[in-house]
Design a protein around this ligand. Structure first.
Ligand SMILES: NC(=O)c1ccc[n+]([C@@H]2O[C@H](COP(=O)([O-])OP(=O)(O)OC[C@H]3O[C@@H](n4cnc5c(N)ncnc54)[C@H](O)[C@@H]3O)[C@@H](O)[C@H]2O)c1
Length: 254
């Protein structure tokens, strides 16, 4: 399987470094980034091809891996699926826009291609998906991040947002992918609180779910990627987990 990258930052770099040493039948080959130094640097690890015009890469790859930004998905997503190529989306925030999401799904159905969204930096999506088969009464997320990750300067604990996920992603487009993933699987605009906390170095997500199934809570403390405090390492690992699934025949814990 030939893999093309849209975005060559932190997450893509973790993935390429993993694939180099894995025996998966997935070849990272084409690299596109709005900053050519980024695509050059990543492609040099695998002797890959630096792509200048994104759309020209589409007839050369089997699958596109996006780890760029919600705006990149808005710009290129429809072209990718319309060209009959599967798409892996990390910038799930882009899918909070219902019209865009429905357009993307419609084209994917027409072209019979798959769109994958890895679990990212959150745990428990499988449980919420199962729980949403019945009645979900409430789903809430409390996210704590160090001030730097939220572009805050103040050195005091502070609630920087309280409201619905759809608003949270507008205010923090690169920080609230977790809220969007939860909303999409729960099929509701979930309640979100974001706290800037100078006493922590990890990104913490507390999730509480209640429904006719009962209730559960999860709490995850994510170590950030070394070069991007906004991004949790687990997000990159969740994409690797997807690549492992695509290459195997037995799926456990889906
Ligand atoms: N689903 C999740 O739980 C989750 C978790 C962490 C990060 N993310 C998202 O994944 C994406 C990538 O994260 P990252 O840490 O690798 O970011 P990063 O900033 O390290 O890398 C992103 C790269 O994409 C490039 N880029 C951005 N917009 C582009 C565009 N329109 N066209 C071409 N290139 C573009 C940038 O130049 C940069 O090199 C972000 O949108 C982030 O919010 C999702």
């Amino acid at each position: 399987m030939i893999l093309g990258f849209l975005g060559c930052g932190n997450i893509s770099s973790v993935i390429v470094n993993y694939l180099i040493h894995s025996n998966l039948d997935i070849r990272p080959k084409y690299f596109f980034d709005k900053f050519t130094d980024k695509s050059k640097s990543l492609s040099s690890l695998v002797n890959g091809v630096v792509v200048k015009d994104f759309n020209r890469m589409l007839n050369k790859v089997d699958i596109v891996f996006e780890a760029a930004s919600p705006s990149a998905i808005k710009e290129y997503g429809l072209n990718i699926v319309n060209s009959g190529k599967s798409l892996i989306i990390m910038s799930v925030g882009s899918l909070m826009d219902k019209n865009f999401r429905e357009d993307l799904i419609q084209v994917a159905e027409k072209k019979n291609v798959k769109i994958y969204v890895p679990s990212g930096a959150v745990i428990g999506l499988d449980g919420i998906k199962s729980a949403s088969i019945g009645n979900l009464y409430s789903v809430s997320l409390i996210t704590r991040k160090p001030p730097k990750a939220l572009n805050q300067n103040e050195n005091i604990e502070k609630v920087v947002f309280e409201g619905k996920a759809s608003e949270a992603i507008k205010k923090f487009p690169l920080n609230m992918n977790v809220a969007v993933s939860l909303s999409l699987v729960a099929n509701k605009d979930i309640d979100v609180k974001i706290i800037s906390d100078p006493s922590i170095s990890q990104n913490i997500h507390q999730i509480d779910v209640k429904g006719d199934f009962g209730q559960f809570s999860t709490r995850i403390s994510n170590s950030p990627c070394r070069s991007n405090p906004k991004t949790s390492l687990l997000a990159a690992y969740s994409a690797i987990n997807l690549f492992e699934k695509l290459d195997k025949n037995l799926y456990i814990g889906v």
